[in-house]
Design a protein around this ligand. Structure first.
Ligand SMILES: O=C([O-])CC(=O)C(=O)O
Ligand SMILES: [Mg+2]
Length: 565
């Protein structure tokens, strides 16, 4: 045993921990901590009612200085807190005073910081968050779900870490994304924290750097694919339904293209599933485009769209635009798709490439001679709207933006890839190279930019506007399936929130400062659609859905604790 301990400490004897050792200072080893050995087993028991020290460390119940004298006495807190007793309002004021020292919080909790956090997750890892389901748990996924301390889960955000933002395969360290997304579910959408479950499915990683990183927290193997992958995902999906029922929302997040479309199609008919990167992004971008029409003129069908990037975001947005155009004009969607062109790493997607295209790109193969790159495509197609969904930074070059600006009075340019480093161009570049004429929005935030004495405020075309309200709408209506019309409903509700004051600043999204109200409106519109489509199970339908959504939103208010009996 002694030699084992020495080996564990790199062969050096730091402290003699043999059972014979006496502890100095007369401090008795009541819990047997100092003489615990591998042979001498202990039971890790804990109190079931939080009190005293553990109460102060339990974020669900801790009120800090707001514990009353009586509560302090009753719950073994005397001496564990300084004497001041304050109100929740004062605690909030102090916290907000500190928070307001940062200009904005969203970029800290969310993109771009969350991307960096995932990249460094292993080396900064301290306390685990979320639920990890790895290949090692195959056959035991239901048991793993049961280890989670909360029972009434309403929203699960799950990733397999293969395409984290535009940063690529971060394996198990992708956990930052479900955790971050669910923080926004609570902060922006009012879903209570205890009803949110972040999940990372670890099937390995193909990121060589992580595989070699001594601090990597995931399975040290290359990604499982094919049947092995499908089986673990299927076990997870079945276990979720078995454990939480039909009405739990499963949001797929940051899966790679080759799995994202398949999973959505496979589980869309049996589970309440939503792919944020395909559907959430589509809904937010469509809202921005519809709002932008006030500034650039015309109807949706009057415009021509060109995308760089034909993955989840690109094809998801394209399809929702085509669908909305079809609804507005009564022209079949097969026809409206022809207004939308996509460029991938091999050039413009055209009919002659159809055979070799992945299935999700095929609807976008139109008749045109081959064009090898984006600049060529911009010149050939002459789009009025240019959208970047490539995951590759700085691909909207000066020449590309100048070309788009040469045939549009007000080109709409959306650089959607995240985080900031992967944005197709910066706000400054879009405004400068278009001589201040572009209407610009990006996935990650950019500061306002002054050009020729005018301040331009870029909008943030990020699915964070949509998914919290969208999910809330599903939850409050008890929806059991997601339908494309609900995405259109979310989009419509968001576009309606843009005020004249916003338009005057060139904004095509309302400010995030109103997000709770925006989310309530989105939730209400989505819920209304769920009732209309007959997939809502919460009956009878509340008469005023906006009021109802607001009344369902969680607010963190302290409760009073009963005295010790
Ligand atoms: O997380 C974000 O900022 C938006 C998003 O879904 C992605 O980029 O994958
Ligand atoms: Mg995402």
């Amino acid at each position: 045993m002694e030699s084992t301990l020495k080996e564990m400490r790199g062969g050096e004897s730091v402290l003699d921990l043999s059972p014979k050792a006496t502890v100095g200072g007369g401090v008795e080893d009541v819990y047997g901590e100092d003489c615990a050995t591998e042979e001498q087993l202990v039971t890790p028991w804990t109190y079931s009612v939080a009190s005293g020290y553990s109460l102060l460390r339990d974020p669900h119940h801790n009120k800090g200085l707001a514990f009353t004298e009586k509560e302090r006495d009753s719950h073994y807190l005397l001496g564990l807190l300084p004497p001041a007793v304050v109100t929740q309002q004062l605690q909030e004021k102090k916290l907000m005073d500190n928070l307001r020292k940062y200009q904005e919080l969203l970029p800290i909790v969310y993109t771009p910081t969350v991307g960096e956090a995932c990249q460094k997750y292993g080396s900064i890892f301290r306390r685990p968050q979320g639920l990890y389901i790895s290949l090692k748990e195959k056959g035991k996924v239901l048991d793993v779900l049961k280890n989670w301390p909360e029972r009434s889960i309403q929203v699960i955000v799950v990733t397999d870490g293969e395409r984290i933002l535009g940063l690529g395969d971060l394996g198990c360290q992708g956990m930052g994304i479900p955790v971050g997304k669910l923080s926004l579910y609570t902060a922006l959408g009012g879903v209570r924290p205890s009803a949110c479950l972040p999940v990372t499915i670890d099937v390995g990683t193909n990121n060589e750097q992580l595989l070699k990183d001594e601090f990597y927290i995931g399975l040290r193997q290359r990604r499982a694919t094919g049947q092995e992958y499908a089986d673990l995902l299927h076990e997870f999906m079945s276990a979720v339904k078995q454990n939480y029922g039909e009405k739990v929302l499963i949001q797929f997040e940051d899966f790679a293209n080759h799995n994202a479309f398949t999973l959505l199609a496979k589980y869309g008919t049996t589970h309440l599933v939503f792919n944020d990167d395909i559907q959430g992004t589509a809904s937010v971008v469509l809202a921005g485009i519809v709002a932008a029409l006030k500034l650039i003129g015309g109807t949706l069908a009057d415009h021509k769209f060109l995308f760089l990037g034909a993955g989840e975001a690109g094809t998801g947005i394209a399809e929702l635009i085509a669908l909305e155009m079809s609804k507005q004009t009564k022209i079949p969607v097969e026809e409206t798709r022809k207004k939308i062109w996509l460029v991938d790493s091999k050039g413009l997607i055209v009919n002659s490439r159809k055979e070799s295209l992945q299935h999700f790109k095929k609807p976008w193969a139109h008749d045109h001679e081959p064009v090898k790159d984006l600049l060529g495509a911009v010149k050939a197609i002459k789009p009025t709207v240019l959208i970047g969904s490539s995951g590759v930074g700085r691909t909207f070059t000066k020449e590309i933006i100048e070309t788009v600006a040469s045939f549009n009075e007000k080109p709409l340019i959306m650089a959607l890839s995240n985080p900031t480093s992967q944005s197709e161009c910066t706000a400054e570049e879009a405004y400068t190279w278009s001589q201040g004429r572009a209407i610009f929005a990006s996935g990650s935030p950019f500061d306002p930019f002054e050009y020729n004495g005018k301040v331009f405020v870029p909008g943030q075309a990020n699915n964070a506007y949509i998914f919290p309200g969208f999910g809330l709408g599903l939850v409050i209506s008890g929806a059991i399936r997601v339908h494309d019309d609900m995405l259109l409903a979310a989009s419509e509700a968001l576009a309606k929130q843009v005020s004249d004051e916003n338009y005057n600043k060139g904004l095509i999204y309302p400010p995030f400062s109103n997000i709770r109200k925006i989310s309530a409106n989105i939730a209400a519109n989505v819920a209304a659609k769920a009732y209309e489509l007959g997939v809502a199970t919460h009956l009878p339908r509340p008469a005023n859905l906006v009021k109802y959504a607001e009344s369902c939103m969680y607010s963190p208010v302290y409760r009073s604790y009963r005295s010790r009996l």
